[in-house]
Design a protein around this ligand. Structure first.
Ligand SMILES: [Zn+2]
Length: 234
């Protein structure tokens, strides 16, 4: 194979490597958790936080209720125990019991509505948990698939790098350096085909003397419009 033919092959390998590198980057970007999964987890935490706050409020209310019941019992024992004969004192006690019972009834109402709300919150929590678990399973499955794709891609790239080393090793270091420099400067395409006397890098026609020079020269010949190496081979 001619020198330019080998350079053209080197470029084919380099372009393929670049394509695979881009694909690998895209795959690796997908290895992180999706925004939906992150949001789903945050939502569940928030639901759990609200649930436990409400549960602790309910416990406080139960505690208040218990205190009130104890107080009422003490007062009722006094009221009906027969040890107090003073009607005024008895009336005062009865009034106090009445007041405490009203408070008790309010607390019981609050406990009831708290329990209803807790039922709803527990259901919401369960639903969100199920949703999150589903998302986590889907994510784990897609992660496995992605990892397999990454591994496959890495293996292909290792093969390509091996090919590149072999091809570059058969060329003069100076020529490879010229190619690498051009590749950097020309967006990855240092060697372009000459088709119908036109450079496919810049799409400009070349004089027939130049075309002839490209065809017979043993070394690289550059397009005098765009500076790329011209390849007239198959
Ligand atoms: Zn050109």
């Amino acid at each position: 194979m001619s020198i330019v033919g080998q350079l053209y092959l080197l470029q084919t390998i380099d372009l393929e490597l670049q394509r695979q590198r881009d694909q690998l980057e895209r795959l690796r970007a997908g290895l992180g958790e999706s925004p939906e999964l992150v949001a789903s987890r945050a939502e569940l935490l928030e639901t759990e936080r609200l649930l436990s706050r409400r549960e602790s409020q309910e416990r406080d209310l139960e505690w208040d209720l218990k205190n009130l019941e104890d107080k009422i019992k003490v007062l009722e024992d006094k009221l009906y125990g027969g040890r107090i004969g003073n009607p005024k004192e008895l009336a005062g006690l009865a009034q106090e019991v009445e007041m405490l019972k009203r408070s008790k009834s309010k607390i019981e109402d609050s406990i009831l509505s708290c329990m209803l709300e807790l039922d709803e919150r527990r259901l919401a929590f369960k639903a969100r948990k199920t949703e999150l678990e589903g998302r986590e399973r889907a994510w784990a499955a897609s992660l496995l698939l992605l990892r397999a794709q990454v591994e496959e891609l890495e293996a292909t790239m290792a093969g390509l790098r091996g090919q590149r080393t072999a091809v570059a090793g058969g060329l003069d270091a100076e020529i490879v350096a010229l190619y690498d420099e051009l590749r950097q400067a020309k967006g990855g395409r240092a060697v372009v085909r000459l088709e119908h006397d036109v450079c496919t890098g810049c799409h400009l026609g070349l004089p027939s003397a130049d075309v002839q020079h490209v065809r017979v020269s043993a070394g690289p010949v550059k397009c005098h419009h765009c500076g790329r190496i011209l390849y007239a081979g198959p």
